[in-house]
Design a protein around this ligand. Structure first.
Ligand code: ZN
Ligand code: ZN
Length: 207
């Protein structure tokens, strides 16, 4: 599992699945367009993120929505990590359209792991970073599944796969983040989290 492999938590990872959310709020249906705005996304997370963790554990919340209202930047339409809040949103309908010969499941796997990478504090190392993403197209933290990523991973793309791993640079970054971590991992997450330039304001990593 991605988190066990890269975050190496001392006491392991527990995955808790919530029930499917059927309404935006009691009595308020999901819009017919199936597109949710940032406000609606945050409101859903606020309403449904109910887990209380104790004893030094940390929680990450993943919210799968159908579609995200485009904000004109062309980014963040598949997913976005809200690093300060340790939560990420994945726009499943959009993601599950797939990409070239790569199926929806695989894109969803990629986007989920990619957003988790942001929540762990990637990518802020100027040595291999551009706008909060890794410049290596074989890396999970490359901005998004695009043609360049598919070509750089052609041997995987042939079997319908996208990058499955962090490259050596990003693995080293995580190693460093862990080493500098104080008992509370969240302090590391926010200090390691980059402040995105331009598109979305601080503490949000799009795409
Ligand atoms: Zn990388
Ligand atoms: Zn990203």
């Amino acid at each position: 599992m991605f988190l066990e492999r890269y975050a190496k938590p001392v006491r392991g990872v527990r995955l808790i699945l919530d029930e499917e959310i059927r309404e935006l709020a009691p009595g308020v249906p999901i819009p017919e367009s199936r597109m949710l705005s940032d406000l609606q996304i945050h409101e859903l997370a606020r309403q449904h993120r109910s887990l209380i963790v104790e004893g030094g554990a940390e929680s990450i919340y993943l919210l799968y929505i159908p579609r995200r209202l485009p904000d004109g930047s062309g980014r963040g339409e598949r997913g976005e990590a809200f690093v300060a809040e340790s939560f990420a949103v994945i726009a499943s309908d959009r993601v599950r359209e797939g990409f070239l010969a790569i199926g929806g499941d695989e894109v969803e796997r990629f986007v989920t792991q990619h957003e988790l990478g942001h929540l762990l504090g990637l990518v802020s190392n100027e040595g291999h970073e551009h706008a909060g993403h890794c410049t290596n197209p074989t890396c999970l933290m490359y901005p998004e599944p695009d043609l360049r990523a598919a070509l750089a991973n052609w041997w995987r793309a042939f079997s319908g796969r996208l990058p499955t791993e962090l490259d050596a640079d990003c693995q080293r970054d995580l190693e460093r983040l862990r080493e500098s971590a104080q008992p509370r991992a969240s302090a590391t997450m926010s200090s390691g989290a980059r402040k995105e330039r331009g598109t979305s304001g601080p503490q949000a990593a799009k795409g």
